[in-house]
Design a protein around this ligand. Structure first.
Ligand code: C5P
Length: 248
């Protein structure tokens, strides 16, 4: 059946769904924090980096160069990707029917993702797919341009940072724990290159939204960051929604 909802009604209904954005550089811990904050609030979560990783992997599977913008744009618009949860509540990603969750976390996929992510056509092709995650009861969205481009009207925007050395060290420990081999020196170099590419690109560069709250996590652990974010949620989102609607 054809939907009779107009564009402006859709926009109005989207605006009534709370969104919290978490942007920041590679390995700043925002993915883990976003997942835990979403769980505590019972909200959906969007890991937007995963979409760029899936696209980079699909490009590899189809023999498309990560500089071929027209072909990548078509691939991005038709990505056959699913994000089902397994019994433990973990998101399992399937690309064209094949489970690729573990492959997506590899460093080369992250590097390839940051190369396809500089292409304007790719970013446009992935925009609506990301916005479709804004559903009740709310969304926590993590990435580089969540607060600046994808959800500029978010209720709360957080910008998470940590020094490059602290992030490389964390990524190193994570990879070892997951059974991957890794070199701390190589990871530090990768992180510096990805920071440079993400911050210098001309479209949707990584930068803090003017109205964002900054959290430097260099000396914090994950539960401390989660608590800090939740206290901002209580202060900025729940309270202001309560004051404007009279209900939580
Ligand atoms: O966050 P994650 O490391 O999974 O992202 C992989 C790459 O995708 C990043 O290095 C970045 O270049 C790109 N990305 C982006 N915009 C986003 C999320 C990720 O450009 N919103």
């Amino acid at each position: 059946m054809k939907s009779t909802t107009s564009g402006s009604e859709k926009k109005a209904s989207r605006l009534s769904v709370p969104v919290i954005t978490l942007d920041g550089p590679t390995a700043s811990g925002k993915g883990t924090v976003a997942a835990q904050v979403a769980k505590r609030l019972g909200f959906h979560v969007l890991d937007s980096g995963l979409l760029y990783r899936v696209l980079a992997l699909a490009a590899r599977h189809h023999g498309v160069a990560d500089t071929n913008e027209p072909a990548l744009q078509v691939l991005a618009a038709h990505l056959d990707v699913q994000f089902p949860c397994d019994h433990a509540g973990e998101t399992r990603v399937t690309l064209e029917g094949e489970e690729v969750s573990r492959t997506l976390r590899k460093e080369w996929v992250g590097m390839a993702a940051s190369r396809v992510a500089v292409l304007p056509g790719v970013r446009v092709a992935l925009l609506n797919r990301q916005r479709a995650f804004q559903e009740l009861p709310g969304l926590v969205a993590d990435g580089r341009d969540m607060g600046t481009i994808v959800f500029p009207e978010a209720d709360l925007k957080i910008y998470i940072t940590a020094t490059a050395d602290a992030r490389a060290e964390r990524r190193y420990r994570q990879l070892l724990e997951k059974g991957f081999s890794a070199s701390l020196a190589d990871l530090t170099e990768d992180i510096r290159q990805r920071d440079e590419r993400d911050m210098q690109r001309s479209v949707a560069p990584l930068r803090a939204a003017a109205d964002s709250v900054h959290i430097d996590t260099t000396l914090m652990n994950i539960p401390e960051v989660v608590d800090t974010v939740l206290s901002h949620v209580r202060q900025h989102v729940l309270l202001s929604r309560f004051l404007s609607t009279g209900s939580w």
